[in-house]
Write a protein that binds this ligand. Structure first.
Ligand SMILES: Cc1ncc(COP(=O)(O)O)c(C=O)c1O
Length: 381
């Protein structure tokens, strides 16, 4: 089975490389949200169920019972083009207290990140942001024959706003948009509300700013705030959110952008509109099920604390996280550790240059975290 998988993977890679060339993307460009630089074609088909899945920042518990029920009920629309969809767009708008025309939905927030790239990065234009961050935006830019200006993080792993402001202003004529992931992936660190204001007030007032709030629900930092209110002020801010994390719907693909209508109108021709009936209904149910949302938030934060404090007791620095993953300074190459954990049935995060000596570990179930903590001393022995 493993041999077959390898063979079919090779064939797939060949075909995919050709397809990527056709699309104007470099071979090796990402087809999966969390894996920039690598095609996602798991060589683990036969082992998948038994793996501890701590590599992709997923919600390990999956959608709530009410979401399952809503999605199951929507199967009756499977053969339709036109069907009731639970009014998902209005439900998202109501959830944020914005008019419906401020919402653009996508098949995952990853689609919206690409839509922003397509809409604002004409060839030669640049996206400005930090590195490491959610790199698919930068790799998409290079595929569009645009470019990325990436700035390093501070030593304390924070995004340095004066640097972002200065770089954006210095290159303003060529900057298509600024990208801010808040809290950031892979560090788990927030940008405070004051810092977001400093950024927006410091750059040209018509400069689009994409603020990716994929991990919003896990934040406890009182100095953090969502940037949605800036949209209502009419600033050119695009906030993206996802149903993949807190609501456990990663494989179902649902995300959205909140932005002023003029920006939505500019972006929407680039969206695919490929959101299926099941996840539309699931999304409406997810927004309503506050109890499930609170449970996921509470359990994630509790397990994150347990995981971090045990690893710290073993002498590793853990960057304080506001997300559903932690970033650990191990002093060892993340690629080697990935292999060592993988041999023990545990999938951990890939390397995130230039932080190659850090390991990103997602919060999994209690059982998965137990397996990681059992393997950890052996891997580091
Ligand atoms: C910061 C960030 N943004 C966006 C995404 C894409 O999420 P999705 O396309 O599943 O909504 C991810 C996925 O891990 C992420 O970490």
């Amino acid at each position: 089975m493993r041999t077959n998988t390898t063979v079919s993977r090779r064939h797939f890679m060949g075909g995919a490389a050709a397809a990527l060339g056709y699309l104007g993307l470099k071979p090796g460009a990402s087809l999966l949200a969390d894996e920039p630089g690598r095609l996602y074609f798991p060589p683990w088909d036969d082992e998948y169920d038994s793996l501890a899945k701590l590599g992709f920042n997923e919600n390990p518990w999956g959608p709530s019972a009410s979401v399952f029920e809503a999605m199951t009920g929507a199967w009756k629309y499977a053969n339709r083009y036109g069907y009731p969809d639970g009014n998902i767009q209005q439900a998202i708008a109501d959830h944020h207290g914005v008019p419906r025309d401020h919402v653009l939905m996508g098949a995952g927030s990853g689609e919206l990140l690409r839509v922003v790239g397509l809409a604002f990065l004409a060839p030669g234009k640049k996206v400005v942001g930090v590195e490491p961050s959610y790199g698919s935006v930068y790799s998409h830019a290079s595929g569009l024959r645009a470019d990325a200006i990436t700035l390093p993080l501070l030593e304390n792993h924070r995004q340095y706003i004066p640097d972002l402001v200065e770089t954006t202003n210095r290159n303003a004529r060529n900057v298509g948009f600024v990208y801010l992931v808040n809290p950031n992936n892979p560090t788990g660190v927030t940008v405070t509300a004051d810092e977001v204001k400093e950024l927006l007030d410091g750059i040209p007032e018509d400069m689009p700013v994409l603020i990716d709030e994929a991990y919003h629900h896990f934040v406890q930092d009182p100095q953090y705030a969502t940037s949605v209110p800036y949209v209502l002020e009419g600033r050119p801010v695009i906030v993206t959110r996802t149903f993949s994390k807190i609501y456990g719907l990663a494989a179902m693909r649902l995300g959205y952008a909140i932005a002023p209508p003029a920006l939505i109108d500019h972006m929407s021709p680039f969206s695919t509109g490929t959101i299926n009936a099941l996840v539309r209904w699931g999304g409406v149910a997810a927004l309503t099920d506050k109890e499930a949302e609170e449970r996921v938030r509470r359990d994630t934060i509790a397990l994150r604390g347990k995981l971090a404090s045990q690893i710290e007791q073993w002498g590793h620095e853990v960057i304080p996280s506001e997300t559903n993953f932690i970033m650990v300074h191990t002093g060892r190459e993340a690629s080697d550790l990935g292999t060592a954990f993988r041999e023990r049935g545990i999938h951990v995060g890939r390397p995130f240059p230039p932080m190659e000596q850090y390991l990103r570990v997602s919060v999994g179930t209690e059982e998965e975290i137990g397996r990681l903590l059992e393997a950890w001393p052996k891997v580091f022995a």
